[in-house]
Design a protein around this ligand. Structure first.
Ligand SMILES: [Zn+2]
Length: 472
């Protein structure tokens, strides 16, 4: 019998070491990926893929690692431009002058757009193709404009849904009168806004999605928590919330609720497969079972965990939970003092510190499949498998950090995790080539960010930090 005639596709990536992240986690050391429209059409050994498919365009990966785009499961993307103004632990607040919370409250839509564009270019360069904005952008349309212009996938939620501030005194640095004025902790306001970003899910082929987020950390009433979960269930999206950033606040929540936090959330029906909880720096013994049996997602932000010396009081349990089979994703939180490409390496390092050293394969699961679950997008992203969207990263074949390339998973997590992406596709479209964005002028993005920083500095009357004198 004759072989069937090859099918046509738009692009084949050949000569690739493909980490598929499929069910068996198959690696194709001499692999190829066929892409048609927004989707992955085929993946496998190069000889097999190229026999079955004819492409309009072929990219030779030169033997480089090709992997599904990483997902930053927690990024306050509008904070990217405050770098250099705020150092150290933002939760303590400042004795004098505007705080990090004041900065956030002063952002105009054009500033959020500038920050999100800067962050998006940075993410692509680090092999991140999607992120979850956890309901902290005041103008989600401004963030969507930036991410769509650069070509990054994201999921958005409405800003600062909170209606109970009695516990927030534990983290004064995250509250400011100007922030409370801009996003008042008012139940009627929250219930009205809830679900305001879900209209984005109507475009099934789009790169901008919507989910439900409550700020969390004890700032939501039982009524608001239940309303958020009910809406997420009805709409088939995730309910995202901060919990356990600060240990004192976590203990205050236990006192307030009269039981451990996850016992309470289970009791009121706000714990399930579609719930994503961020930070999780405190997990009590009696909380492991409810979290795992619900198959809820935990997002670990290792920089935020380490920057507050949390380990000295409470070693993270997330590596242990990952080992037991819990779904864990990784997030940056705000990239004030790190890059969104650092989370995987930091998780690798800090898991060793607490005695459950995660292996690179586990880190890669957290960055891909875990992130996709955290975003509620696991049916379309997180692995290179036929039918999923073509969010694909080709690392460089010519960088020393990615050599010698003996063990691709170890190489990628341990040494090659920086801005080492050569070519990135999102939704089947090439958005980074030769390490540079293809849809926007990188110089213009940086200039916009600098202009925004100038405006913000004047608006708030602040100067950059830094110990050393600046000569004229
Ligand atoms: Zn956060």
């Amino acid at each position: 019998m004759a072989e069937p005639a090859p099918d046509t596709c738009d692009l084949i990536i050949r000569n690739a070491c493909v980490l598929t992240m499929n069910g068996q986690r198959t690696i194709y050391p001499s692999g190829a990926v066929a892409i048609r429209g927004h989707d992955i059409a085929a993946v496998g050994p190069e000889a097999k893929v190229t026999a079955a498919w004819r492409a309009l365009r072929v990219i030779d990966a030169e033997g480089a690692i090709v992997h599904p785009g990483f997902i930053d499961a927690h990024l306050h993307v509008n904070a990217q431009t405050c770098r250099g103004f705020f150092r150290g632990d933002a939760s303590k607040g400042s004795k004098a002058g505007p705080s990090y919370a004041d900065w956030k409250a002063a952002l105009a839509p054009e500033d959020e757009q500038a920050a999100a564009a800067l962050a998006s270019v940075e993410m692509l360069r680090h092999g991140i193709t999607a992120f979850v904005e956890p309901g902290s952008a005041f103008d989600p349309d401004a963030v969507a404009a930036a991410t769509q212009a650069v070509g990054v996938r994201c999921s958005l939620a409405d800003a600062y849904l909170w209606d109970d501030m009695q516990l927030m005194g534990n983290i004064p640095g995250l509250m400011s009168p100007s922030l409370a004025k801009r996003v008042p902790p008012d139940r009627a306001r929250c219930l009205k806004l809830l679900g305001g970003q879900l209209h984005r899910n109507k475009d099934k082929d789009g790169i901008t999605h919507g989910h439900v987020a409550l700020y969390g950390e004890g700032t939501a009433s039982e009524e608001l928590l239940k309303a958020g979960k009910a809406l997420a269930d009805r709409e088939g999206v995730v309910l995202n919330s901060h919990i356990g950033y600060d240990l004192d606040l976590a203990q205050a929540m236990e006192k307030h609720w009269g039981m451990s936090r996850f016992a309470y959330l289970k009791k009121i029906g706000v714990l399930g497969r579609n719930t994503t909880f961020v930070h999780m720096n405190l997990i009590r013994d009696d909380e492991v079972e409810p979290i795992m049996s619900a198959d809820a997602v935990s997002v670990w932000c290792p920089f935020a965990y380490a920057s507050r010396a949390t380990v000295l009081r409470q070693a993270t349990r997330l590596p242990e939970m990952k080992r037991k089979g819990a779904v864990i994703a990784l997030g940056t939180d705000s990239a004030r003092q790190s890059s969104s490409g650092d989370a995987g390496f930091l998780a690798f390092v800090f898991s060793a510190e607490v005695g459950v050293t995660l292996v690179p394969e586990e880190i890669l699961e957290m960055l891909t499949l875990g992130g996709a679950r955290a975003a509620g997008l696991e049916t379309i992203i997180g692995s290179i498998e036929p039918g999923k969207r073509a969010d694909v990263v080709i690392r460089s074949a010519r960088l020393a950090e990615l050599g010698p390339g003996v063990d691709p998973a170890h190489q990628l997590v341990s040494a090659g995790h920086g801005a080492t992406a050569d070519t990135v596709l999102v939704n089947g479209r090439i958005v980074l080539r030769g390490g540079r964005p293809t849809l926007v002028d990188e110089g213009a993005v940086i200039a916009e960010a600098q202009a925004s920083v100038g405006r913000m500095g004047k608006r708030l009357g602040i100067a950059p930090t830094g110990l050393w004198p600046r000569a004229a």
